[in-house]
Design a binder for this molecule. Sequence first.
Ligand SMILES: [Zn+2]
Length: 162
Amino acid sequence: MESSKVGSVVGLNSERERKSARSAAGRCVFCGIVEHRQPSNIVYEDEDHIAFLDIAPFSEGHLLVCPKKHGETIWEMDESEIGELFMLASRISRAVVSAVHADGFRFVQNNGEAANQVVAHVHVHVIPVKFADKGRFMERKKFTPEELKEIASRIRNELNRP
Ligand SMILES: [Zn+2]
């Protein structure tokens, strides 16, 4: 009794729940980006990961790093996958900070609705921060599609630096 209760909180323990996750993947916005069905400003892609700009960024260069494999929360990944995701986020953070001349950055990784996870596909936010914004409440910023394209291209250039 107690273990099934825990299972339902953790999720995906039963075959039925796994099936529902697969059909959820079909409607998932981030899976759409992974499959290039959904437009986005991709800055990095490899076999298992993708990184693209947040459409409602808190700062210039705010991006998301995702595993390509659909899973709702970090509990659906094994430890090596979690390690790889954060190693990549760390690598990308250097390129972003340099591309937008930031002074620091935040990693934010929300799991579950209560934690303000908006898209139910694991992602790590990389949010560059400047001294000018230190201590300020972070608000969503508006960039034109052209500006976002230009920011993404600067980040890609930084990532491709030898
Ligand atoms: Zn997904």
